[in-house]
Ligand binder design. Sequence first.
Ligand code: GLN
Length: 195
Amino acid sequence: MNVGVLALQGDVPEHLRVVRELVPDTISVRSARDLDSVAALFLPGGESTTIARLIEEMGLWAPLRERIGGGLPILATCAGLILLARDLAPSAFGRDPPTFGVLDVRVRRNDYGTQRESFEAPVRVEGIPGKRFPGVFIRSPRILGVGPDAAPIAWRGEEVVGVRAGPVWGLTFHPELAGDLRVHRKFLTEAGAIL
Ligand code: GLN
């Protein structure tokens, strides 16, 4: 079974490298045809407005929407989460992109400030026992509210930094930059891509 990383913009190489440690033949997804062949998909971090524009240029809104509607497992980080959110609160820094609206969260882009305000903090992730997960936050969105169709799965202190709606996960931090495979492993195990 194929696993894919949406490879339009952002930290695609980092994501591919980490996912390939667990599923060696993971592919880059750039077209509807690539998308057809995957049974789980990663939406990497990057610049959500740019990724949204490239999704438009590649004609991927409808195919992605269809696969999401069909229950495709997705792990979306940072900009990926923004692109899935149902509700974007206007950001103080920059425009807001169109979104798929499938994760019932209210999110604000760049809500921790500019690039300089990027930081690392320990995160508790549901179903991942042992030491706290190293949360890498890079000009992250903030989850302002979680609606009834999504459930929190990750916390930085009291603050929700990850949610899921069935097989669709959205995180404000970057597990692909943490040097810790536990989040990817849990997602891919649930998706049936690894044992
Ligand atoms: N600030 C970016 C955006 O709003 C997200 C940052 C990231 O993905 N690391 O799209």
